[in-house]
Design a protein. Structure first.
Lengths: 385, 260, 396
């Protein structure tokens, strides 16, 4: 279906597709098997100007919006979610600086991010603070002209490989929701180390590590916005990045569907290609319909965000929720359509199914997304007409 | 350093099919691409520009649709492009093509000219050296590695039939390059945007000051008498049985045909 | 010859449009129209069911004084301090052409020794123009092209042949540009057109998908580089007599300098393009160890080891072994393809081999479309058996 993308958006789509097909597809199996970080592909993305898509031109980027970013993420996700997660998490880590940073901070960090020279990671989650983000225990104590960080972040995407980290830590435990602040911490800062790399079910090319802060001293200039703004920074960051996760869902679902359809046309049983059987046809029809619906929702939300909307928490949650649930359903059914072959590592769909699961979990589990949507529904209903 | 890259838009010959009844090519539906060897030439030129500064210009001789190849070159990082086009160039063989390209390059004052080893439709690998001769500069063919590049000289590895030579030469010169030299990059978004807006210069015989009798059909000493499809291979036999049986049968056939 | 459509005969069936390799035909006012992008390959002429496309003479193009050019010349390549075998093949073809034209066959030799020059005579040359000037010890395009062009200008042969080798394909074009005459690359067929004395040069194009017959009717000399291992070598007659003429190479210079020549040791003793037997490996080998097996078989048959692009890209063997569109084109007597699927790009490099043997697990592999003998099976089972049995035969 034609989504009336502009010429530039089509250019971005075409370039991302070319990179996905020529550079990602040939190596995705190996990256998954070896759990290898896709540095070469990151270099290609950097050289193609894709890291700077959503960064303002004055800081070295291309000044595009959420729809452009979603298009690029979708194309990469068709090829490999591990690669697209590495790319998308970069955006996640950049949003705190982009949305709340001072001009100096933006000048200092954004150009290198836009050129792909340095990768970024976002550090919120902890062992005791997943869905309950308010339960974080990492502290940042003011000490003269610095802050001293202590604590451990868990399951941080791009952990260890990124050079720039945006971290949410408690500056005043007593203040509850107003007690956290956002900071920029650079790799190599004394007292900032990493735990082992996690072994995961899927997105194995993506690096997931603990971040360990032991009396890690950072200059006070690295505080983003004001003390106490930490959770607001985090919430706004997640608001902005949710649609990207939705785009990942659309991409991996499309990739899996394309493989399943291709297989169904070739595989002959009972004297006929299996695509001629109604059971398969119904599955494929449902898959295609769900993917199109997910894509429509993700694009509509992205366009809404790009129009300058102030409030998009509910709809971005809807896009993330719907598209990722579709992704899990479609990838599972893709394996089913392909039967025994789908289960074999020789074919790409079992990886897509393993990869897709995380989409329902990270950046706010789909249960939390439902909470968010419901809260917003109630809030809207309570408003006077 | 001012570098000129000669490129050619060709059909993707790996996708071309033959109509065995008429003995002709089926050109329909075969995509046009930048000649694969020229992609390596473009990459080499851009890398030199990134190291030494300067400008890269892509030149091609062809019909109007060849403009898309030039725009693709710009999306990769080439700065400017020139399309030699017009009736007067029609029917050119390698000599007339090389003469036209050399005349155009003379207008661009190049320090270095880089070409792909050969075009995958013509397969002659003649244009590069002929252009060098018309420009009066030396050339090195089948460059697989640039060892050293100074402002006035260059040291390269040239592939030969049984190995390679290490060669030193003065600049200006022309290089033809092979696949081993580099891995061509993908386009960048900024490049694609520039390619869309780029002003492609279109030159005819008058612009390159080339006399009509040295161009096109008149300027081509060779002519195609006819084209035909190669004979399909004759005898084809599938051997069967166990591995041992097949090997025995094979040896028997080969001994009979005196192949061993 | 330029072609055009006779509009009255054209039914706009568009058969011509589909076969034009240059997209030069469009429908204009209901009839086919050939525009200026036509390269005059005559493909449309062949397919038009109405015979509506015809050739026509265009203008007056002055021809050179062709009759003053007589003789067939062959450039004998001196490589690694010996005569490259292709030189003897050129003498074989050259002798045949010279006899048809009733003219002399001469060879040109740069580098090497007077003894080498004598060998060329024994292989069929009537004369040998020979220079052992030190400038020819290593190959540089400018001095080679300079002296060859000068000799041609002095002696005016009507045909000049060279091997389509790295050396031949690099410097002959410079000679063609100096002489402003026609050069056809990589010929696999050479014939004389009786009425005109023109040399008809046949060669593959479009990645080997078509063959083209080329003429050079208006200029002399008619030059061609010839694919190695296609022409028959000249007959060796130790008693044959001829003239070795030493030529002066003074005044030649080179703006390129060969600092060192490195032989690719991994390609073994046998050069891929000169080999009579090639054992080639592809993705089906599954790992680089497979090439050890191929080397064993190659050694047994005195052959060379080749590879498909897939094997080279995997890093299992060096690029100098690659056969195919972006590798080497080979023409051995026997080509054994092991674990190679037979993609077009590979076939282009080896399909003119005399006998092709394909060993592949997949019975649908396209290689079986060109194989003289196809074996469906595990190459790791078949090759050791083949090696064992060949050893037994050798012992007998």
């Amino acid at each position: 279906m034609d989504y009336f993308l502009t010429e530039e958006q089509l250019m971005i789509k075409e370039l991302s597709r070319q990179i996905a097909e020529e550079r990602v597809v040939p190596v995705r199996e190996e990256l998954d098997e070896k759990e290898e970080f896709p540095w070469e592909i990151m270099n290609v993305l950097a050289q193609s100007d894709l890291f700077g898509l959503f960064i303002p031109e004055e800081y070295g980027g291309l000044g595009k919006g959420s729809l452009e970013l979603s298009i690029a993420v979708e194309e990469l996700s068709k090829a490999c979610l591990g690669v697209s997660t590495t790319y998308a998490a970069n955006a996640l880590g950049t949003f705190p600086i982009l949305l709340f940073g001072t001009d100096e901070q933006k000048k200092k960090y954004l150009p290198d991010i836009a050129s792909g020279k340095r990768l970024v990671a976002f550090g919120l989650t902890e062992a005791n603070a997943g869905s309950d983000a308010g339960g974080i225990q990492t502290t940042a104590r003011k000490d003269g002209d610095s802050y001293v960080l202590n604590g451990t972040k868990q399951w941080i995407t791009n952990g260890g490989e990124a050079e720039i980290y945006t971290i949410i830590a408690l500056t005043d435990k007593a203040k509850g929701a107003r007690g956290a602040s956002a900071f920029i911490v650079e790799k190599g800062t004394p007292g900032f180390g990493f735990g082992k790399k996690e072994k995961k079910m899927g997105i194995r090319a993506s690096a997931t590590r603990e971040l360990i802060f032991e009396d890690c001293r950072i200059p006070k200039e690295n505080l983003i916005a004001k003390e106490g703004m930490g959770f607001i920074v985090a919430m706004k960051t997640l608001d902005s990045s949710r649609v990207g996760v939705g785009a990942q869902g659309v991409g991996v679902a499309q990739g899996a569907f394309d493989e399943a359809l291709k297989f169904a046309r070739q595989r002959v049983q009972f004297g006929h290609p299996i695509v001629s059987f109604q059971a398969i046809q119904h599955m494929l029809a449902d898959m295609a319909t769900e993917i199109e619906a997910a894509r429509s929702l993700v694009y509509a939300v992205a366009r809404f965000m790009d129009s300058g909307a102030k409030e998009f928490t509910k709809v971005s949650a809807m896009a993330k929720l719907f598209a990722t649930d579709v992704a899990m359903k479609v990838t599972t059914n893709a394996v089913q359509v392909m039967g025994g072959s789908g289960y074999m590592r020789e074919y790409p769909v079992e990886k897509m199914m393993r990869d897709a699961k995380i989409l329902q979990i990270y950046e706010g589990t789909n249960q939390i997304q439902r909470n968010v949507i419901a809260q917003n529904l109630v809030k809207e209903a309570a408003k006077p007409k | 350093m001012n570098i000129v890259v000669c490129i050619k838009q060709v059909p993707d010959t790996a996708e071309v099919r033959i109509n065995h009844e008429t003995g002709t090519l089926i050109r329909e539906g075969v995509p046009s691409i930048i000649n694969p060897y020229d992609m390596h030439a473009i990459e080499a030129a851009i890398r030199i520009k990134e190291k030494k500064g300067g400008k890269v210009t892509a030149v091609t001789m062809g019909p109007p649709q060849a403009e898309s190849a030039l725009r693709e070159a710009i999306s990769l990082g080439v700065d400017e492009a020139v399309l030699l086009t017009g009736r007067e160039f029609a029917g050119s063989d390698t000599l007339a093509t090389s003469f036209a390209l050399a005349s155009a390059i003379k207008k661009l004052s190049a320090d270095m000219v880089i070409c792909g080893k050969q075009a995958i439709d013509g397969d002659t690998s003649q244009v590069g050296p002929e252009v060098a001769e018309f420009l009066g500069i030396p050339h090195i063919a089948y460059v697989r590695k640039i060892v050293e590049l100074q402002d006035n000289s260059i040291k390269v590895e040239r592939m030969m039939d049984e190995g390679h030579d290490v060669i030193e030469a003065q600049i200006p010169l022309l290089l033809t390059v092979v696949r081993e030299l580099n891995e061509p990059r993908l386009p960048s978004l900024r490049g694609k945007m520039a390619a869309k807006k780029a002003d492609i210069k279109k030159w005819g015989a008058a612009d390159i000051e080339a006399p009509a009798e040295k161009l096109g059909f008149s300027g081509s000493p060779t002519q195609v008498k006819r084209i035909f499809t190669p004979e399909p291979r004759g005898e084809r036999k599938m051997l069967s049985g166990s591995a041992e049986e097949m090997v025995d049968a094979l040896i028997k056939e080969l001994l009979q045909k005196k192949c061993l | 010859m330029p072609v055009r459509v006779e509009r009255e005969k054209c039914t706009a069936c568009e058969s011509c449009i589909g076969v034009c390799p240059y997209e030069a035909i469009v429908i204009k006012e209901g009839r086919a129209f050939i525009n200026e992008y036509c390269q005059m390959c005559s493909a449309c002429l062949t397919v038009c069911p109405e015979g509506a496309i015809t050739e026509y003479e265009e203008g007056n193009v002055p021809a050179q004084d062709l009759d003053s050019y007589r003789g067939v010349w062959v450039f004998a390549e001196n490589r690694n301090k010996m005569i490259a075998p292709v030189s003897y093949e050129l003498l074989g073809a050259g002798r045949r052409l010279a006899d048809t034209l009733k003219v002399e066959l001469s060879a040109v030799l740069f580098g090497g020794t007077a003894k080498d020059a004598e060998e060329l005579i024994k292989r069929g040359a009537d004369k040998v123009y020979f220079s052992d000037d030190p400038i020819f010890e290593t190959f540089n395009d400018e001095p080679y092209a300079g002296l060859l062009a000068a000799l041609v200008n002095t002696h005016k042969p009507e045909v000049l042949l060279a091997g389509a080798t790295a050396i031949g394909r690099s410097f002959l074009p410079r000679v063609a540009a100096k002489l402003r005459s026609g050069l056809t690359a990589d010929c696999t067929g050479l014939e004389i057109e009786a009425e005109t004395r023109n040399l008809v040069q046949t060669r593959p194009a479009y990645g080997g998908n078509i063959m083209a017959s080329i003429l050079c009717p208006r200029t002399r000399p008619q030059m061609a580089t010839v694919r190695p291992k296609v022409m028959k070598k000249g007959e060796y007659d130790p008693a044959r007599k001829g003239e070795v003429i030493r030529v002066e190479a003074g005044g030649l210079s080179s703006r390129t300098k060969v600092l060192e020549s490195v032989k690719d040791i991994s390609s073994g003793k046998v050069n891929l393009q000169e080999a009579d037997v090639i054992i080639s490996g592809g993705r089906g080998l599954k790992n680089p160890e497979g090439f050890k097996l191929l080397s064993e078989l190659a050694a047994l048959l005195n052959g060379a080891v080749g590879a498909s692009r897939a094997a080279v890209d995997e890093g299992w063997i060096g690029y100098s072994h690659q056969v195919g569109q972006t590798g080497k084109t080979v023409c051995p007597k026997l080509y054994i393809a092991c674990g190679i699927s037979g993609a077009v790009q590979h076939l282009v490099g080896m399909q003119s081999s005399d006998y092709i043997i394909a060993i592949n697990k997949n019975p649908e592999a396209p290689i079986f479309n060109v194989a003289t003998y196809g074996l469906v099976g595990d190459l790791y089972e078949i090759l050791p058996l083949l090696i064992k049995k060949l050893k037994e035969i050798k012992e007998k």
